[in-house]
Write a protein that binds this ligand. Structure first.
Ligand SMILES: *Cc1c(COP(=O)(O)O)cnc(C)c1O
Length: 395
């Protein structure tokens, strides 16, 4: 195990904790990214893709109905649900895939839990004509049929993982096994601001387009910056992307909303920064939900994109310096917000994003009418509609 000093750390958090051969490969990825992020050709290519393929910029929408319901501050939504494939994840997948092309790699490799990252990565692979291999627990494959079908249509190879709980953790282990054998021709594409350096920095940079656009759009729409900025936090990529546009604006308050699931008992939630402590998982140091023996704890949320026992190291740092407030929303609060936004503004939010919407309404209610709250609507809820309606009906 080797630890990179300085680069790749956010205070004491982050780093690269991997076996030697993969640590060396991570250094090559970091070096390639450092060079490319200053290369006008790379920057222009990514800008072209965002505009002409992804459909960016995504708009900021004044949520008229939600604002009247809250009867407090004005609520605005950054519409990542309108990004191609219906969520923010394609922002970093297209960046990672372009990096893979520039590094001469032939194949993209990843694990997926609910399948959202797998679909975004399979999309990027198809666009660039790269091979794509997605490792997925057998239990998740059975549960997430539509996403498995989408990945197959997009040309990805699905590797079912049948060890242990047959879920996300085993899929990560399995994908890492393949990576150790294939790294000379393959890039492992991490799905959030987690994992070893350079991924937390690089994925944040790719996602920061959300915050840059939103900052300009708020200035144009309202003549000022929002007083409050809210995003849900699983691994933390959509939140880091939005926050990146406002970190230097000391008067803008930032809130990361973690999933409190069924409540505060261990195993009933995935609120890592609220209830976890420091630890190392999947090659980086951050906050971690752990069991009595220091192993990653079982986690749960109604939103499968949020149920990860770790969190991006930059969030751990932003919490430690008090720049971002980390708060929670329960399953129930998120479901209420899901149904509400459908009716008030004609937008079906992803259950992940509904956590941010739930907190934003609570926040707006306590603020005065001149104030404003900007919420990241990280994805659309089409993927959740069948589950929500079969479990809870149509309200
Ligand atoms: C995956 C996902 C998330 C959670 O991931 P972050 O890295 O925390 O952003 C949130 N919203 C949607 C729609 C997702 O698909």
């Amino acid at each position: 195990m080797t630890i990179h000093e300085k680069e790749g750390f956010f205070g004491p958090f982050g780093g690269c904790f991997l076996p030697e051969e993969l640590t060396q490969e991570m250094s090559r990825v970091a070096a390639a990214y450092r060079r490319l992020k200053a290369d006008p050709e790379f920057i222009n290519e990514l800008a072209y893709i965002r505009k002409h393929y992804q459909g960016r910029p995504t708009p900021v929408t004044f949520a008229k109905g939600l604002t009247s319901l809250a009867a407090g501050a004005r609520i605005y939504l950054k519409r990542e649900d309108l990004n191609h494939t219906g969520a923010h994840k394609l922002n970093h997948c297209m960046g990672e895939a372009l990096l893979a092309v520039k590094m001469g790699k032939k194949k993209l490799l990843a694990e997926t839990g609910a399948g959202q990252h797998g679909v975004a990565l399979a999309t990027a692979a198809a666009y660039f004509g790269l091979e794509c291999e997605i490792h997925m627990g057998a239990v998740d494959i059975a549960k997430e049929k539509p996403n498995v079908t989408r990945m197959r249509l997009l040309g990805a190879k699905i590797v079912p993982v049948t060890s242990g709980q047959q879920s996300l953790k085993e899929a990560v282990d399995s994908a890492f096994e393949t990576y150790r054998k294939e790294y000379p021709t393959t890039l492992y594409c991490i799905g959030s601001v987690v994992g070893p350096h350079p991924f937390p920095t690089m994925v944040r940079d790719f996602q920061s387009v959300i915050g840059q656009e939103a900052r300009e759009q708020m200035l144009e729409l309202t003549g000022g910056l929002p007083g409050h900025v809210v995003a849900c936090v699983g691994g933390g990529s959509n939140a880091m992307g939005l926050f990146a546009g406002f970190l230097e604006d000391k008067d803008v308050r930032l809130y990361g909303v973690e999933p409190l699931g069924r409540g505060t008992n261990p195993g009933d939630h995935a609120a890592t920064l609220s209830y976890g402590k420091e630890g190392v998982l999947h090659g980086f140091k951050s906050f971690l939900l752990q069991d009595g023996q220091g192993r990653p704890a079982p986690v749960y949320s109604v939103a499968s994109g949020l149920d990860y026992p770790g969190v991006g190291p930059e969030h751990a740092y932003l919490k430690s310096i008090g720049r971002v407030s980390y708060v929670t929303a329960t399953d129930q609060e998120a479901l209420d917000a899901f149904y509400t936004l459908c009716k008030t503004d004609g937008i079906i939010p992803a259950l992940e994003s509904a956590h941010a919407v739930a907190y934003a309404v609570k926040l707006a209610r306590g603020l005065d009418k001149e104030d404003s709250v900007l919420v990241n609507l990280s994805g659309r809820g089409d993927k959740d509609v069948d589950f929500v309606v079969s479990s809870f009906g149509v309200r």
